[in-house]
Design a protein around this ligand. Structure first.
Ligand code: ADP
Length: 549
């Protein structure tokens, strides 16, 4: 059926929101006095209720019982991806299907989603939903796409999701993700699909647990248990209370220090979600500990310590079908474990040729694939980069971000032409070529909740050089020259000279003991970086959380 035209164009910018003019009940009572947003369907077709599935012959060998899970998040590969969250929203549901989970992924239908996916979406229904504190009503369309056993439901409203990038600025993003969080829950009610678990991701879905346990508390979807996963605590969705209160339409009692309030007059959408989530997870065990400290806690360390009883760390994996050097369609020269040592040299030559670097498979090529922001330790790289240029080392950067770093890497490309290549762009294909063609990958992050680039690089036989923080610490075992073990080179304190030392240790091994280096390449490729183990842990968590039937 053809797509319905988006209805409401009633949205105003947050800055214009007349929150202060609204009369908010002085002491609003919880759920029952608030209009339940169980949407009135106006779809042309009734949506059939989804029956609980009995185990079929196909899934009889899968772990029992089956669990149904709704993923709610702001990005998902291949529809829209700006970083690791997009990878996880794609790969974890796929891995959970293999663990006998019935997964629906709920996403915004951004205009920037490529047409090849938009055209395959099927109209699932539409309704109108109250959102703001003045009861304004907004169109919610649902477009569906089924792929790899996962159902993707896209929440449609052109006014909110018309930008080319999912994240623009908080003035737009706060209303956008208030709408998205509420519409996602209303859509589950509308589709009559009440999952056992609602699994929310990052601040953009932070209001989901808050809505679920307040304005939705008397509706069918409230029987689900809710998990909130922290992929990066740095971004929290903080804005003044008046605006968040206006756009979310949430009652006054939630704008309290225990839930949404922060500082003198701000509301923090992530904080509210953490309060009401039945379980909080984050993407590595080390980061789960780190965020309870002042340095890593981003102002929420005390809140997280208070809720630490329901906080767990489960390390991310990568999709090993998507990231497979033996089948990767982007690579002109594919390789497996048996021919990696030779074929990686060919990939290096192809990369050097493509990027205008001196063609020589004997050079030590260091890759850096990253958002160019302070988090990623780029001030350290910036500081020591000239020290790396010795005629035998080449540096390939791929990333976009802060102009400070973009310009500095452009400068180095100019200053060290033939040895440094700075690709200031977002390019999936080029990322694959760097993972395959580089000898080492740099991840010197200030903090790193999990990090995926070090996992991808190991899978492609590219030795990671990382700082011992968060998931980097949990996934990269340092090279031990005494027993010839380990997966990469690491350093602990956030100091430029320690990074330089780690790179020099890697270079020394590469140039003086290639046999040992090559063994590390093979060890890295053999390391299990798949989602399987972690998907099992998530499933276990889903089983622990019994729905409130
Ligand atoms: P974060 O989510 O903090 O950005 P992660 O290491 O968790 O960092 O995930 C980064 C993901 O984004 C990886 O899949 C990486 O390959 C990809 N990526 C980052 N920058 C670029 C870029 N400029 N072009 C292509 N892919 C990129």
């Amino acid at each position: 059926m053809a797509e319905k035209t988006t209805g409401s164009s009633k949205r105003k910018k947050a800055a214009e929101s007349p929150a202060s003019e609204k009369t908010v009940p002085a002491d609003p009572a919880p759920a029952e006095t608030v209009d339940l947003p169980v949407a009135e369907p106006v779809a042309e077709e009734a949506v059939p209720p989804v029956a609980a599935e009995a185990p079929s012959e196909e899934n009889i060998d899968l772990p029992q019982p089956r669990r149904s899970v709704a993923f709610i998040g702001s990005e998902c590969y291949p529809f829209v991806k700006t970083g690791g969250l997009g990878d996880v929203m794609y790969a974890l549901p796929k891995a959970l299907v293999k663990q006998n989970c019935d997964v629906k992924v709920i996403l915004p239908r951004y205009k920037c989603i490529p047409w090849e996916y938009q055209e395959k979406m099927v109209y699932r229904g539409e309704f109108y939903m109250d959102l703001c504190s003045d009861g304004r009503s907004f169109y919610v369309g649902i477009m569906e796409y089924v792929w790899n056993g996962v159902v993707y439901d896209f929440i449609d409203n052109e006014d909110f999701f018309r930008n080319g990038n999912p994240y623009t600025n908080l003035v737009d993003d706060i209303p956008k993700y208030c709408f998205f969080a509420k519409a996602a829950l209303a859509a589950l009610n509308y589709m009559n699909w009440v999952p056992d678990i609602i699994h929310c991701h990052d601040w953009q879905a932070g209001l989901v647990p808050v809505y679920l346990r307040s304005v939705f508390s008397g509706s069918p979807v409230a029987s689900a248990k809710v998990i909130l996963t922290i992929h990066n605590l740095r971004f929290q969705g903080i804005y003044n209370i008046a605006t968040v209160k206006y756009w979310s339409g949430l009652p006054d009692y939630l704008f309290d220090y225990a839930v949404l309030k922060q500082g003198a007059d701000d509301a923090n959408m992530f904080k509210g979600g953490l309060t009401y989530a039945d379980m909080i997870t984050t993407v590595s065990e080390t980061y789960a500990g780190e965020i309870q400290s002042t340095f890593f806690g981003e102002g929420l360390d005390a809140h997280l310590r208070f809720h630490s009883g329901k906080l767990r760390g489960i390390v991310n994996g990568i999709d090993t079908e998507l990231w497979d050097s033996s089948t990767d369609p982007i690579l002109a020269c594919r390789y497996g474990i048996s021919d990696a040592i030779e074929k990686k040299k060919e990939n290096k030559l192809l990369l050097q040729e493509k990027l205008g670097l001196e063609k020589d498979s004997g050079k030590f090529v260091i890759g850096l694939v990253s958002r160019l922001t302070d988090q990623k330790g780029l001030d350290l790289v910036d500081f020591i980069l000239p020290e790396l240029i010795d005629g035998n080392t080449q540096i390939v950067v791929l990333g976009t971000g802060d102009s400070r770093y973009e310009n500095s890497f452009r400068y180095y490309e100019d200053a060290f032409r033939g040895s440094v290549c700075s690709n200031i762009m977002y390019d999936e294909g080029r990322a694959h070529q760097i993972y395959a063609g580089a000898d080492a990958l740099l991840v010197p992050s200030l903090f790193e909740p999990c990090g995926l680039t070090q996992l991808i690089s190991m899978r492609y036989g590219t030795v990671p050089i990382v700082r011992e923080t968060g998931g980097l610490k949990d996934t990269v075992l340092p090279y031990n020259e005494y027993d010839n073990s380990g997966n990469g080179f690491t350093f602990d304190r956030y100091e430029a000279w320690l990074l330089l030392d780690a790179i020099n240790r890697a270079k020394t091994l590469y140039f003086t003991n290639r046999e040992r280096w090559d063994k590390m390449v093979i060890r890295d490729m053999e390391k299990d970086v798949s989602w399987e183990n972690s998907a099992r842990k998530y499933r276990q968590l889903y089983l622990e959380l019994k729905p409130n039937y």
